[in-house]
Structures are given as C-alpha cells and as structure tokens.
Design a protein around this ligand. Structure first.
Ligand code: XMP
Length: 511
C-alpha cells in the first residue's frame, strides 16, 4: 500500500466490495486483500483494518483465517459479522451456532455510547445475515450494542481500538450504517481523506503500464460506458500500443457504431477501427423467433467475429475488458442455483482458446464510479451518460423474427423517442428508455385511408441497478409529442403504446 488508507481483509462476503466502496465515498483509499497475504502484509502506511463477513463458520477446518499478528499492530480494527466472530475466537472468546438465525432487518439497541456511535440514535434498524454468534466475548472486551437475537450485536476492546459488529454497516438498509463506518474510518482510524477519482486514474494508469510492459493490447469497444472508460484508461497507459475496434452487429441504436468511433477520434483522438458485421448477424437470425435462441446466436456470432478480428493483431498479448463489479456478481449468480431468467451473453466470457491476458481496470467499481472516472478522463458526456444497452441489442427489442426492415423501423422510432427525451431534459432522470417493435399489426386510419401497420411500445424505467425497476411517469405532453412524431415520421407504424409494468413481475426488456 502506497497510500494511507484502510485495508479490508476479505473472508468471502458478498458485501466486501460494498465496504470498499463506502470507504471510497469518504474519499479514503482502501485496498482489499486476501487472508492468505494478510500475515505478511506491510501495514506501515495503514490507518485501519476491516475484517469482512464471510459465508463460513469460524470453527470449520477449511474456513479462512489469519494469525494474531494484526492485534498487536496498534492499528484500529473493525470486524464485521464473520470478522467479529474471528476477533472473538482469536482472543479466546466463544462463538456458537445459533438456532435463531437472523436475516434481514433487526433492531439495534446501543448499550454504551462510543465514538463509533457518534450521531447514531440509541435504537435503530440494522441489517443482519448470520446464524453463528458470539456467545462469550473475549476477556478485555465489552458489549456495546445488542439486537433481538444477538446479545452481542457489537463489542469493543476496553483499551484498544478493536471493534466488532455482528450486523452489516455497509449495506444500504442499515439505518446509520454509513455513519458508523464513517465514525470508524474518520474519527477512530483518522484516515486521510484525499482519495479521488483522479488518484484512481493515476494509480491505475501506472499499474496498466507495468502490466502491459510495452506489449500490444487490443480492445473491443461496444459504445457503452464501461468498455469506453476502460479503453481510455488503457490508452493513457500504453498509447499507440492499444488497438481498439468496434464490432457493429447491425443491432445497435441508430447510427451508434459509427458515431461512437467518430466521437472517440474527434474528442480524445482515439483510433477505433469500425467492423461492420451487420449482414452476418441478420443472416444468422433469419426466421429465428425464440428470444433465448436469438441471444445464443447473437452471442456466438459476436464471439466468432471478435476472435477473428483479434487474430488479425499478430503480436497482441492483452485484451481490455470493461467488466465492472456488478457484472461479476451477476455472472457468479448465473453459475449458482438461482433461476436463469435471461442469459446475458456479454458476461459469459470469451472462448478458452483465446489466449489473451486480461486487463480489467474497472473490475472493482460500481457504475456511478465508472461514470465519474469517465468524466475526469474527459470522455464526452454523450458517451458517459448513455443509458445501459443490452449485448444482444435490438435483436431482443424486435419481438419475433428480426429483418432488415424491422431493424430500420425500430432504429428510427427509438431515435425519435430518445431525441424528444433529450430535448425535454428528461433523459437524465431515466435509467433506461427504449422502443420495442411488437409482432402484431393493428388497423389505423391515415388521410381517410385504412392502414394495417405495426405497433411501437415505449419503455422507460427508473432503477438503481436494473434488478428492480418502476415505470417512469411522463407528462401527457411528452407522450403526445413522442407518439405524434413516431407515427408521422416512421413509415410502417400506426400505433404507439406505453408500458406501465414494474420489475418484478415484468422484466425491463420485453424478451
Ligand atoms: P431485464 O430485462 O432482465 O434487464 O429486466 C435488466 C438489465 O439487463 C439488460 N439486459 C441485458 N444485458 N445482455 C445484456 O448485456 C442481455 O442479454 C440482456 N438482457 C437484458 C437490460 O437492458 C437491463 O438493463
């Protein structure tokens, strides 16, 4: 660690990255390390240590652990859930398997005021996720809070600055969670608050330079925020050694492929080769109606084109990927027992026979952090603030079989829709807005003539992470303008409808 900050020792919790993210929100540097390196780690510039939660039981033979070294360093420590149980058993306390599991919300009562509870009410809601609990606190420790099912919901060493929380302060649902973490990091650890996205950029550029070591790096840019920001970071590090290309599947938004290439050239002087593969994708999708089959074909074709293009760079050793932290959670859960609702091809990875080493500079960040870095990298806001776009693109927004005509029709309608939202300054309030072409025809009347034409459905949702979503409440005037313009300007459309379904039970995309 080259910076005064907080070390998070990761015992496998799904929330470890959230802890690091909260610390970054305080402008404090944080680094996540594995328990296997914790014993040998150089703590000389470390202001505080957080022991994360984890899925194991501290008594299991296979459970990750650490030696007692950190307790003698005189650095403040906060153990969360498994982390607190580890502090307990490492100092001769007792942890027991509890019959009363505690999942979700719980009421915390503070038993003893302490700096860590500064500005926290005596009673508040916390979020729990555990079945084991500390039965006997170690000698020299005191209980400082309890909950309904945990006699020791928080403990502290009476002389040293060592704390344990059974609950998770890092999650959004813990009422004063951020305040407690802030109290620990700022008032107890006295960590320096000088970590900014500019520092992140500098440090990451240095790391990439070292990793790439003068070798050729290739990058497939999609036009989305993540791949663009990742590539621009790599460009800063390796300059001309970065070879970027954009594969146009023909299923992108109206003219988006070419525009992205031109925009990167114009604004940050980045050369990205445009690879037009629209015909191939359309040919493969001919007469295919099933959404999952379409996804599979698009995903497979994309990988083929990508591999082919990559081969043309003879000396390339590295590949940039714009993976961000939530992608890793989603792709992990796809391997687990959870039900596959839709297969997201772009998190599935590339074929094993592609022997590139990966450069993934954003893999620990969340979307809003990536956007902030993009702004600091001076990437144009039209790229940074773009709504998320699914890998299979318009292929899953044209319900049923995809044809050249249907792509053109949808691209035009979608462009009008998004243009109106931008003109009316509503685009930025919406998580995702797009048009869908329905596989039905309806009767209309235009200039006394009967028409029998297509229906466009408009979708606009608000969301934080795409996992849950609500439909956006447009004014009548906005909907009127969008509908009028689409019906007047897009040949083949005589009806526009607005989707008022939440997720769940509906999904954001229609396929
Ligand atoms: P759903 O429709 O599952 O969408 O509610 C949630 C978010 O995921 C995007 N999405 C996809 N992204 N490949 C992707 O890369 C896909 O196959 C895919 N399907 C949905 C969707 O646009 C929304 O942001």
């Amino acid at each position: 660690m080259t910076h005064k900050g907080i070390v998070v020792i990761d015992f496998g919790s799904q929330y470890t990255q959230l802890i690091a993210r909260r610390i970054r929100e305080m402008k404090v540097y944080s680094e996540i390390i594995s328990p296997s390196v914790a014993d040998k780690f150089n703590y000389s510039t470390v202001s505080g240590i957080i022991l994360s939660g984890g899925p194991n039981s501290v008594y299991d033979k296979e459970s990750p652990t650490i030696s007692n070294r950190i307790f003698s360093l005189d650095i403040p420590i906060l153990g969360i859930c498994y982390g607190m149980q580890l502090i307990a058993i490492k100092n001769s306390g007792v942890v027991s398997h509890s019959q009363e599991r505690e999942y979700g919300r719980s009421n915390l009562t503070i038993l003893s005021r302490d700096v860590i509870f500064k500005a926290v009410k005596n009673k508040s809601i916390v979020w729990m996720s555990h079945s084991d609990k500390v039965k006997e606190i170690p000698k020299g420790y005191v209980k400082i809070a309890m909950s309904e099912n945990s006699e020791t919901a928080a403990m502290k060493h009476s002389q040293k600055q060592i704390y344990g929380f059974q609950f998770h302060p890092e999650v959004h649902h813990t009422q004063f969670g951020y305040t407690m973490l802030h109290n620990f990091v700022i008032f107890i650890c006295r960590a320096k608050q000088d970590w900014t996205s500019k520092n992140f950029i500098e440090r990451t550029v240095e790391e990439i330079k070292e990793q790439a070591n003068g070798k050729i790096v290739i990058s497939g840019i999609s036009g989305g925020v993540d791949s663009t920001v990742a590539s621009v970071l790599v460009k800063r590090a390796v300059g001309k050694h970065l070879k970027g290309f954009l594969i146009d599947t023909g299923l992108l938004r109206y003219n988006e492929g070419r525009e992205t290439v031109e925009c990167l050239k114009r604004t940050i002087n980045m050369d990205v080769e445009y690879v037009d593969s629209a015909k191939l994708f359309l040919r493969r999708l001919k007469n295919v109606e099933d959404p999952e089959e379409k996804r599979r074909i698009i995903g497979k074709t994309f990988i083929e084109v990508f591999a082919d293009k990559a081969k043309s760079f003879k000396n390339a050793e590295f590949l940039v990927q714009g993976t961000i932290y939530p992608d890793r959670i989603e792709s992990q859960s796809q391997k687990g027992p959870s039900h596959v609702i839709k297969t997201h091809h772009n998190v599935g990875g590339l074929p094993k026979n592609m022997k590139f080493k990966l450069i993934e500079p954003l893999k620990e960040l969340f979307k809003d952090e990536v956007r902030r870095i993009g702004i600091d990298l001076e990437i144009p806001s039209e790229l940074i603030l773009r709504h998320p776009f699914p890998g299979p693109g318009l292929g899953i927004r044209i319900l049923g079989a995809v044809t050249e005509e249907s792509v053109i029709m949808l691209q035009k309608a979608d462009k009008i829709y998004l243009d109106v939202l931008k003109e009316r300054h509503e685009y930025g309030n919406i998580w995702q807005a797009f048009a869908v072409l329905l596989p039905v025809k309806t009767v209309g009347v235009m200039g006394d003539q009967r028409t029998y034409d297509n229906v466009i459905a408009l979708r606009a949702v608000t969301s934080v992470d795409g996992m849950t979503a609500d439909w956006y409440g447009f004014s009548k005037e906005t909907l009127q303008e969008i509908s009028k313009r689409i019906i007047n300007e897009v040949k083949g459309v005589n009806r526009v409808v607005y989707d008022i379904s939440t997720k769940p039970p509906s999904t954001i995309e229609w396929e």
